[in-house]
Design a binder for this molecule. Structure first.
Ligand code: F6R
Length: 357
């Protein structure tokens, strides 16, 4: 039920702090330690390489998942688009683990890969919001994202839930390998939930950004580097699917290799600047586009921000920054769609779960 909310999407954006707290409580033991199923721990331990397979927003979560697992659990990870995987199959390592990420658990493209890898005898884990779903039933193991029903076609809380669960999977695997961790995921995810609340309270400021930058434009760009790049891909996807503005996410350094030709006077460029090691270079990219007439909107992290940045996000642990920076992106997309009279919850040409190849 939407209750007092005008749209499911807005309700689901606001539910994100709750979902994160729910995940924390479901995946901790009585001592406040992360605890996943033994079998999943063993499957992670046995894997020499992990292949994440997903589509759309879940693929974007998988990109962040690659970074989480590689940084925390020190296992090599490849993230692949489900619909391409079988046509462009990489060499598979000796002991792979396939991880399918799917909100619905019904995506045909992902299922096609699952069926193929099971035939080859490889183990598979599904991370899904729907435990009884096809992908969950057909995989060896399931991790539940505990997001509750996601009704709006545009995925929001499922994405942050997937990343939270991936962070726990990475931590569990690191612990199983005996690594010393300087990262307490339970504590850090609680901070994330609180920061999410703060961000959800800033709807007016984000509505104004959507109005100022996106009321009339036909296209726009999102840029970021390192993990910000993965989040801008999601920001652009959200905006495209519900507002019909042509939005493209780019790695900051890649724009100048061609796409910068599309920058005109007034083209909105959203830049995400939340990491110290790329702060100067992404701001350099902003200057490049501004010099060509673009209207930049910088979303930065507290402590790394410049005085005139348009929106500043409070700091959380660097591994988990994507869980909070996506919220301004989701809300900007929501308000842009609203201002343009689009059907926010049921965008044209889209279905909630894509069960055809
Ligand atoms: C974007 C969106 C789609 C889905 C994609 C995968 O907002 O909803 O891109 O993320 O179709 O769906 P699942 O996660 O159900 O496999």
């Amino acid at each position: 039920e939407k209750g007092t909310y005008p749209h499911y999407m807005l309700k689901e954006i606001d539910e994100q702090p709750l979902v994160i707290r729910n995940i924390i409580s479901k995946y901790q033991d009585e001592n406040g330690q992360v605890k996943l199923d033994e079998e999943i721990r063993h499957a992670m331990n046995a894997a020499d390489r992990i292949y994440i397979i997903a589509a759309g927003t879940s693929y974007n979560a998988g990109l962040v998942g690659k970074q989480l697992i590689e940084s925390i659990a020190k296992k090599p990870v490849e993230t692949h688009i489900a619909s391409e995987f079988l046509y462009n199959m990489p060499l598979i390592s000796k002991n792979p683990l396939f991880i399918f990420i799917s909100q619905s658990g019904e995506t045909a493209d992902s299922r096609g890969v699952l069926v193929a890898v099971k035939k080859l005898g490889y183990p598979a884990l599904t991370i899904t919001n729907v435990p009884g779903s096809t992908l969950s039933r057909e995989a060896d193991y399931t991790l539940h994202t505990y997001g509750g029903p996601e009704i709006a076609v545009a995925s929001t809380k499922a994405y942050t839930a997937q990343m939270a669960v991936l962070s726990l999977l990475a931590v569990d695997s690191a612990k199983a390998q005996g690594f010393e961790l300087d990262f307490d995921p339970i504590k850090e995810l609680s901070i994330v939930a609180t920061v999410m609340e703060t961000l959800c309270d800033q709807k007016e400021a984000l509505e104004k950004i959507a109005r100022d930058y996106l009321s009339v434009t036909r296209n726009c760009f999102f840029i970021g580097r390192a993990s910000d790049y993965y989040v801008v891909l999601e920001g652009a996807l959200k905006l495209k699917e519900i507002s019909y503005i042509q939005a493209e996410g780019f790695a900051g350094g890649e724009l100048k290799h061609g796409t910068i030709a599309l920058i005109e006077k007034g083209t909105p460029v959203f830049a995400l600047a939340t990491q110290e090691h790329v702060n100067l270079s992404i701001r350099g990219n902003v200057k490049e586009v501004a010099a060509r007439g673009a209207s930049p909107c910088i979303i930065s992290l507290e402590g790394l921000n410049a005085e005139d940045d348009q929106f500043v996000v409070p700091k959380v642990h660097e591994y988990l920054t994507p869980l909070v920076t996506v919220i301004p992106m989701q809300l900007i997309a929501y308000y842009a769609a609203l201002h343009r009279d689009c059907d926010v919850d049921k965008p044209r040409n889209l279905a909630k779960s894509v069960t055809v190849e």
